[in-house]
Design a protein around this ligand. Structure first.
Ligand code: F6P
Length: 525
């Protein structure tokens, strides 16, 4: 299947995407809808036959059976022997979901209720500031969503500390009043060195500032033993189970800071958006299924065409953290080179995911996207309407820029067009030379996800859309998208290097570069 995909991509390489628009209503045919949201993939080099082939690939790997296994609580994360049930966290009606024969839903809903009660109290004026201490999925999810939903933020200010670099917690706590600050320690394992180091520093800061830690600390974790050892009373611990992966955990207790920021009702709207996307993913057929099509576009570009990265370009300043969030979601999930059965992966692993909001990126890295030698598929996101009614003209410009970029990538500018533009300034050889610099190859693929307005429901749907995309891509690749063994070696070596960089242990057995760097550190302290 991978060879055929690559062959198809190779034979489409020189085909003009623009020409595909000549047949029928491509914009309508090569887009799909979920509620009011539109995913347009017509500006890619996928034609009807390729789409049919991609959909056949999905059938061949029996995606529906794998999907149903995930939703039903089967232990599909089989290198860790765990179910994968972040979807249960937004199963608001509480339809039973069984793990090992026991329904997990009463526990999920009881925790959601406790979170709500706590959030109501936290929003009642006792705290002016909330500091979420976590890293990876215990940071990026709530940090991304709090920024995204700023227009709905009517609770205390929220801050996020993730880096073990003391500068992060120092700069965050500076200026905050310990007596008015809630510190949330968010860690699935409650052993992550960065988070526990920051949590101890924050606890000392509370004590030094005259605040009683037991009234100013809360914990979000699966490890109730460790939260107890840290001194956080069970009443202020919001637990979850190991079947919620870190990068999928925003929907449950890890979302507490978001709930405190926007309130329980808006948080439920967010969950409802995710849940609605779950239903769509479970029921929409073939090319009408948005997560499936988003995944197939991804597979076409990465495993078919061989493009090594994809850019996520939200034309929404409040989605500034979405690229980072998706970077973890996609790269930690599908950055694997071993298939489920333990043998080397045949196709390429998932792509590099990166990006930044438009229009800022236009003045930074779009040059390379338009004229660099590598093709980078671009994934635009934009709302039809902004929240700032009095600044609607800003939003008009934002939307115009977003659409202009995908149009420019598609069309490009030929040498003749460039020459025509420059003919009044140059002639002869200089006209040739100057025009060559102004050629845009075009035919560069992009997709656009467009929605009416970025509200909590829509954000929930977008995040669930990407989660399911990652799942579909992982099933096609035949990998386990829910473990992350690739982060372990660095953690082990960092632990071993701890006493070496303080000079307590020699840099014995280290490679020449590492020893020399340790020497440099020791000599410059
Ligand atoms: O090291 C990677 C990782 O395990 C991520 O998957 C996770 O989101 C992050 O670390 C934080 O883990 P925890 O929530 O257990 O502190």
């Amino acid at each position: 299947m991978w060879k055929e995909l690559k062959d198809r991509a190779a034979s489409a390489e020189d085909r003009k995407i623009l020409k595909l628009f000549a047949n029928g209503n491509r914009a309508e045919d090569f887009s799909c809808r979920f509620e009011d949201m539109l995913f347009d993939y017509s500006k890619t080099n996928i034609d009807p036959a390729t789409r049919a082939f991609l959909l056949k690939m999905v059938n061949d790997v029996d995606l529906n059976t794998r999907r149903d296994a995930m939703f039903s609580g089967a232990p599909i994360n089989d290198t860790e022997g765990r179910a994968v049930l972040h979807t249960a966290l937004r199963n608001l009606e509480g339809h039973p979901v069984l793990v090992g024969g026991a329904d997990v839903m009463p526990g999920v809903l009881a925790t959601l209720e406790r979170m709500q009660q706590f959030a109501v109290l936290a929003r009642a004026g006792i705290f002016t500031d909330v500091v979420n201490i976590g890293i990876g999925g215990s940071d990026l999810g709530p940090a991304m969503a709090v920024a995204a939903l700023a227009p709905y933020h009517d609770g205390p200010r929220c801050h996020f500390v993730s880096n073990v670099d003391g500068a992060h917690i120092h700069d965050t706590l500076k200026g905050l009043n310990p007596k008015k600050t809630l510190v949330i320690v968010a860690s699935k394992t409650f052993t992550t060195i960065e988070t526990m180091t920051n949590a101890r520093t924050a606890r000392n800061w509370l004590v030094d500032g005259g605040a009683e830690p037991e009234k100013h600390l809360a914990a979000l974790s699966t490890n109730l033993e460790k939260t107890g050892e840290f001194g956080i009373s069970p009443a202020r611990v919001f637990g979850f189970e190991d079947w919620v992966g870190g990068r999928y955990s925003l929907w449950g207790p890890i979302g507490l800071s978001l709930m405190i920021a926007i309130g329980p009702q808006a948080f439920r709207d967010f969950l409802r958006g995710g849940q609605a996307m779950d239903r769509h993913f479970q029921t929409a057929k073939g090319e009408a299924n948005m997560p499936v099509m988003l995944a197939l576009v991804g597979v076409w570009h990465r495993q078919g065409c061989g493009y090594s990265s994809r850019a996520v370009l939200p034309y929404d300043q409040r989605l500034v953290l979405l690229p980072s969030y998706l970077q973890q979601l996609e790269m930690e999930s599908n950055g694997k080179s071993v298939a489920m059965d333990g043998v080397a992966l045949q196709p390429d692993s998932g792509p590099i995911v990166w990006g930044a909001p438009g229009t800022n990126g236009q003045h930074a890295f779009y040059q390379l996207i338009h004229q660099g030698t590598n093709v980078i598929p671009c994934e635009f996101l934009v709302a039809a309407k902004g929240h700032e009614g009095d600044l609607a003209h800003h939003h008009d410009l934002l939307v115009a820029n977003c659409l202009a970029q995908s149009e420019a990538l598609l069309r490009g500018r030929s040498l003749d067009e460039a020459r025509a533009k420059m003919a009044d300034k140059f002639d002869g050889e200089e006209l040739d030379r100057q025009s060559a610099h102004r050629v845009f190859p075009g035919n560069r693929p992009s997709t656009t996800l467009i929605y009416p307005k970025l509200d909590p429901h829509t954000l929930g749907a977008i995040i669930a859309l990407y989660e399911h995309r990652v799942f579909v891509e992982g099933v096609l690749l035949g990998i386990n998208s829910f473990d992350q063994w690739g982060v372990e070696l660095g953690k082990e070596l960092a632990t071993a290097l701890g006493p070496v960089v303080t000079g307590q242990e020699p840099a014995e057995g280290k490679d020449g570069s590492t020893s020399a760097l340790v020497d440099y550190v020791l000599n410059h302290r």
